[in-house]
Write a protein that binds this ligand. Structure first.
Ligand SMILES: [Zn+2]
Length: 478
């Protein structure tokens, strides 16, 4: 593709032309799930965003190496961590099972959800609990270089030593000091200092030996350890939800750059939240809408995928079942077009050609900071033209094959066509409707227009349509 890609970089707070460290190869790190509970819709939006990013890079010809970590040494926020609360441990205690059993179960649920949403698999999903040694190594370097200090409750990072601390999120050390909630541990030199290793909770279910005593790592250090290890210390893009900027990503930057002496990440990309009735979704909050809820309400997971595609990743999504219905209608339109294309023989000759100009507009929108609403507009306009031609019977020889090939090519990012085709293949016209269709056709042949019209109305009222073509009639689910 000739045009360049532009991404909004949360670090510079500007759109920048994207250029990877290694030409042709993009290394991406996604902050993964804390596996103590089934992901909610806000979590899923985050991984759909990462999927769209990956597919966009691939459609522009890049190879992608993508890592998503699994947080199974569970902590969520600095406050909770330092206050000794660990979501995974709490869940394990409540359910009277091991932390590993919870983590395994929820990792599987997470993977199932990714598959259902047609999210491409990352190259690796490393688990925090299997990278304790790498974390200890970085903590030791930070101590040796004087960026960290040891106390009788553990090792802390001294943010004052890292001059650019706070640049990503705009939280300066001064502002942080005002946040009294952070000053949980009196052993810290300063409220903003954060834990790298904690040793003072003998009841913690997961503990490892370290030079500073038996204990467990802080949350942030795992992402530094695993991203540097699996992406050869050349991370092009690091993604996360916007609430990860502080403290998580700020702390990742501080500890990684202090340890390596190099820039940690070139492009930071953050997605906005998904809200339900104007409220931010939090796992701890009451609103636990999962993919199962979506299915229970009669929607395919692809409808959620479409909802995410129809908003720009840096805009909030206001989730509602009403909006899901709208998205369902949009997907139904695509399905109807696919059905018409198939039924009109679009698959007969394996067309390799696509409508290049349309596809170019589509990829150009994607390359402009993942403008997925722009992509969908290109698709909609294209579909409108094709539908019009189909209705007017004015399609040229080979045109339908080209349309099908173009939509399929767009689907490398959209990721819905295969699923919709499957739905089409499973559709059966009920026997009663088929009989009415036949009766209408006979009425038409004997020129009994009143009966033919009445039958048509009945077929429509039952949710089907009947179309007359030059080869006879056909029934379609509407
Ligand atoms: Zn992370």
């Amino acid at each position: 593709m000739s045009h360049s890609i532009v991404f909004y970089n949360s670090w510079s707070k500007e759109k920048e032309v994207f250029k990877p460290n290694t030409p042709g190869l993009v290394r991406i790190y996604n902050c993964g799930p804390t596996v103590y509970k089934r992901p909610h819709l806000g979590n899923l939006r985050r991984f759909l965003f990462a999927d769209i990013l990956r597919r966009t890079l691939e459609i522009h010809g890049f190879k992608v190496k993508e890592i998503t970590n699994i947080t199974d040494v569970g902590h969520l926020t600095q406050d909770e961590l330092e206050a000794g609360e660990d979501k995974l441990e709490k869940e394990a205690r409540t359910q009277k099972v091991t932390v590993k059993a919870i983590a395994d179960r929820e990792t599987k649920n997470f993977m199932d959800d990714l598959k259902a949403l047609n999210i491409q698999m990352a190259d690796n999903y490393p688990r925090a609990s299997e990278h304790i040694k790498e974390m200890i190594d970085i903590i030791q370097i930070l101590l040796d270089k004087g960026f960290a200090y040891e106390t009788k409750v553990g090792v802390f990072f001294e943010v004052d030593k890292f001059k650019t601390y706070g640049k990503l999120s705009g939280n300066t050390v001064d502002k942080l000091a005002e946040g009294a909630r952070l000053a949980v541990r009196k052993e810290k030199k300063q409220a903003a200092d954060f834990a790298l290793w904690l040793t003072d909770d003998p009841d913690h279910l997961q503990q490892w030996d370290a030079p500073w005593g038996r204990g467990y790592p802080g949350w942030h250090i795992e992402c530094s350890a695993m991203s540097l290890k699996y992406l050869d210390s050349k991370i092009d893009i690091h993604t996360g939800g916007e609430d990860n900027k502080f403290p998580h990503h700020e702390n990742e930057i501080a500890q990684s750059e202090a340890a390596t002496g190099n820039r940690f990440v070139n492009y930071w990309m953050h997605n906005a939240h998904l809200q339900i009735d104007g409220e931010k979704l939090a796992k701890s909050g009451g609103q636990q809408i999962t993919l199962d809820t979506v299915r229970d309400k009669g929607f395919s997971p692809l409808v959620l995928r479409w909802l995410v595609l129809s908003s720009h990743y840096r805009s909030k999504i206001d989730f509602s079942w009403e909006r899901m219905k709208e998205m369902q209608m949009n997907l139904d339109k695509i399905k109807t077009l696919l059905r018409r294309l198939i039924e009109n023989g679009a698959l007969k000759n394996n067309a390799q050609q696509i409508d290049t100009a349309v596809f170019e507009n589509f990829t150009q929108a994607l390359g402009d900071d993942l403008n997925t609403p722009g992509c969908l507009a290109v698709l909609n306009e294209y579909m409108g033209e094709v539908n019009h031609k189909l209705t007017e019977n004015t399609t040229q020889n080979g045109e339908l094959g080209r349309v099908y090939a173009t939509v399929t090519e767009m689907d490398r990012v959209l990721g819905v066509v295969a699923g919709l085709r499957e739905e089409i293949e499973q559709e059966v016209i009920p026997e009663g409707i088929a009989r009415q269709g036949e009766a209408r056709e006979q009425a038409r042949q004997r020129k009994d227009w009143t009966t033919a019209d009445r039958l048509k109305q009945e077929i429509m009222a039952a949710g089907f349509s009947v179309e007359d073509t030059k080869d006879g009639y056909r029934l379609l689910k509407r």
